[in-house]
Ligand binder design. Structure first.
Ligand SMILES: Cc1cc2nc3c(=O)[nH]c(=O)nc-3n(C[C@H](O)[C@H](O)[C@H](O)COP(=O)(O)O)c2cc1C
Length: 158
């Protein structure tokens, strides 16, 4: 998965991503990531055998200026990681609901870096073990806007 992420394109080929991972066999580190999650996310992420904190590097290495593409590029890398996970029969759930400052403090993340999202990775479990509100969400049909909403072949209307 990390090898797939490694090949993501990025502005100036800066590759502004760092993945801090912990498996459940490393309870101390795994708990440090887990403890940053919002309560609603902890309910099912507690069973994830792998937690990954996806971190962006804020500035360009080449010239020290702020890299406006850093999170965009991290997102591309996360997507390749997710596709590779799917190929391996795994499932990735990105979680923006976590306490950034707690992650910075407990994992000693330097000010040059920005924790962006936690990835919970594992094999799909049984829906029955979830509390009712999550069961419904999990069983619901996946929804997206139709293409008319976001594909344009003309100027924005004034
Ligand atoms: C950056 C990002 C942050 C997210 N944060 C959360 C989160 O904190 N908790 C959660 O349950 N899902 C989270 N998700 C998952 C989205 O809610 C989910 O992708 C969306 O509802 C569409 O569902 P689907 O991908 O299963 O079709 C996040 C997804 C992304 C890309």
């Amino acid at each position: 998965m990390f090898e797939a992420a490694r090949w993501a394109p990025s502005a100036n080929n800066e590759q502004p991503w760092v993945y801090l991972y912990a498996t459940k066999e490393q309870p101390e580190l795994w708990n440090k990531i887990f403890d940053t999650l919002m309560e609603g996310n902890k309910i099912w992420a507690k069973d994830a055998p792998l937690l990954v904190l996806a971190i962006s590097r804020k500035d360009f290495i080449s010239n020290g200026r702020p890299n406006a593409s850093a999170k965009f590029d991290l997102g591309a890398a996360n997507m390749l990681l997710s596709l590779q996970a799917t190929e391996l029969g795994l499932n990735v759930h990105q979680l923006g609901g976590f306490e950034k400052q707690k992650a910075i403090d407990t994992l000693n993340i330097p000010h040059t870096h920005d924790p962006v999202v936690v990835l919970a990775v594992g094999y799909l479990g049984e829906i029955d073990v979830l509390p009712d509100f999550l069961k419904q969400r999990e069983a619901a049909e996946r929804e997206r806007y139709t293409q008319e909403v976001f594909v344009l072949n003309k100027s924005f209307s004034s």
